[in-house]
Design a binder for this molecule. Structure first.
Ligand code: COA
Length: 112
């Protein structure tokens, strides 16, 4: 788990080894008051750079939401595959983001 500090904690992210050279960034989150200032992209770029010798495929998984997919695309990730019905099968209650119910898990990958 990594924490980005800049006169206080600004962001956190967990990086996991998914096997076959895949590095997955999970639960990336920026303090709400500091979103939209480049901290999230700085964290994603830092982790990709830090692990570029050990992994070949940086990956993220997220709901199909306009609050996250465009962010990851701006960070150089591209849609790679889906896990259908992930948010229905793994949660006992509906999850909504930006007024939309999350259904599938979208995996995005990036070139090093
Ligand atoms: C999603 C999140 C991590 C983005 O971090 P952030 O610090 O706000 O984003 P940044 O300021 O680093 O933005 C980087 C780029 O993404 C773009 N971007 C960010 N959010 C966007 C959005 N909702 N729609 C379109 N573009 C977006 C920015 O415009 C910027 O583009 P640029 O590099 O071309 O200027 C942050 O908003 C957050 O913590 N959200 C709540 C938790 C969450 O949803 N985490 C994702 C878990 S999968």
């Amino acid at each position: 788990m990594f924490v980005l500090e800049d006169v206080g904690i600004r962001a956190e992210c967990v990086a996991t080894d998914e096997g076959n050279g895949v590095l997955e960034l999970k639960t990336l989150a920026v303090e709400p008051a500091f979103q939209g200032k480049g901290y999230g992209k700085a964290m994603a770029d830092f982790l990709v750079q830090t692990y570029k010798e050990q992994y070949t495929v940086p990956q993220v998984g997220t709901g199909d939401s306009p609050s996250t997919i465009p962010f990851y695309e701006a960070c150089g990730f591209h849609r790679h595959h889906l896990v259908k019905d992930f948010f229905i099968d793994h949660y006992d209650h509906p999850i909504h983001e930006c007024g939309m119910r999350l259904v599938d898990m979208v995996y995005l990958q990036r070139k090093l």
